[in-house]
Design a protein around this ligand. Structure first.
Ligand SMILES: [Zn+2]
Length: 381
């Protein structure tokens, strides 16, 4: 294992923060996978999964089973980890700018496309390698003034040339679920099965450029540009050169060695299926659990509290709820008024707020329906 440290641009003289990445295998000798934990720094389960994964990858490296390079960023956000307000951690938003740490990743499309001044003349594999070199160049040339921009540049630089990118998060209280694009879903579906993940939310761009989309969506867009120039159909292999997903490892309090060990094992099985780890007989087949529900992210409906008060859930996470069915209540502790919260759709109740006293209008739950009913920006703030 090779440990690399990447200093962030300092906010003030005399201060220093850095991102640490762990590198297994040999760079450039085969495919590349990147897994990063807790870009939202208050989402703890991924950091423990990363520790179990680190030990597993060390063993695999010792056994000579890493193909190419696997990069693990075990704690991706030193800015967020250092933020506290009134003793409460603040890891989702950058306090200096108010920006969400997993939004606004730079889009390299125009920069890279501008340097592809003619259709590449190589085969697909050669084109992918040439485009990755351009991406690395353009990432290194991104303007960086703030520490947050510096963090984004470092994380994107580590992952932009990877074949597989898994960004590990957790929700507030939730069942396991993941986000990817409809095109990539067939390549991500074995991950859902290995993790026993019951829900995948699919979108061709969720609206605010999260990390996984910055790594993956540039490829189909570049393939479409090149196809336009050549008059041919987009190259499907080029379109899927980076398979990326955001994995929500349940809720923020679901931290246990048992869960983390199981999740790390599932990630290794997926890395094996993707060709990043040489297979041996006992790890070739993931446990084939029932297929995850693959639903449009635009059908995932956030539900707001109708009044402020004490929040009481009537249904458990993972329940299927009918449109109009009350799944929670908010109780006004002064008047005693109780207002039912009904599901807006037939769907899977998959995520909810961990607080039990809520403000009027606060988002308290997400229910995944089948119909694509929303448009515009699809992710929460
Ligand atoms: Zn997150």
């Amino acid at each position: 294992m090779n440990i690399q440290r990447h200093p962030l641009r300092a906010t003030a003289p005399g201060t220093r923060r850095e991102v640490t990445s762990l590198h297994f295998g040999v760079r450039g000798s085969g495919p590349k996978a990147v897994l990063q934990a807790s870009l939202h720094a208050d989402e703890i389960p991924p950091m423990l999964v990363a520790q179990h994964l680190r030990r597993a990858l060390e063993e695999l490296e010792g056994a000579g089973r890493i193909r190419g390079e696997i990069v693990l960023v075990p704690s991706a956000n030193p800015i967020g980890l250092g933020q506290r307000v009134l003793e409460q951690p603040v890891g989702r938003f950058d306090l200096a700018s108010g920006e969400n740490f997993n939004r606004h990743y730079p889009d390299l499309l125009e920069r890279v496309a501008a340097r592809l001044d003619q259709p590449p003349m190589l085969d697909t594999r050669g084109n992918i390698a040439a485009i990755r070199a351009l991406m690395r160049d353009e990432c290194a040339a991104l303007p960086v003034l703030t520490q947050l921009q510096s963090l984004r540049q470092i994380l994107l630089s580590l992952a932009v040339d990877a074949d597989t990118v898994l960004d590990l998060h957790s929700d507030n209280e939730a069942i396991l679920h993941l986000y990817t694009t409809p095109t990539l879903w067939p390549a991500v579906e074995p991950l859902a099965r290995a993790l026993r993940c019951p829900l995948a939310l699919l979108a061709d761009g969720s609206g605010d450029d999260p990390f996984d989309e910055a790594c993956s969506l540039i490829w189909p867009r570049l393939a479409a540009r090149l196809a336009q120039r050549s008059g041919k159909d987009p190259d499907p292999i080029l379109s899927m050169a980076c398979v990326a997903a955001t994995v929500e490892l349940r809720g923020e309090s679901d931290v246990s060695h048992e869960l983390a060990r199981t999740d790390a094992g599932a990630l290794v099985r997926y890395l094996t299926l993707r060709g990043h780890v040489a297979a041996v007989a006992d790890v070739v087949d993931p446990p084939f659990t029932p297929m995850a529900l693959a639903r449009p992210l635009s059908g995932s409906i956030p539900v707001a509290a109708p009044i402020g008060g004490v929040l009481v859930y009537l249904r458990e996470l993972g329940s299927h709820v009918a449109a109009g069915e009350p799944f929670a209540e908010v109780v006004d502790p002064i008047t005693g008024e109780t207002v039912a919260v009904a599901s807006p759709v037939d769907g899977l109740f998959f995520a909810r707020d961990a607080r039990r006293f809520v403000a009027a209008g606060a988002r308290i739950a997400k229910i995944s329906g089948v119909e694509a009913t929303r448009s515009g920006k699809l992710m929460s703030a």
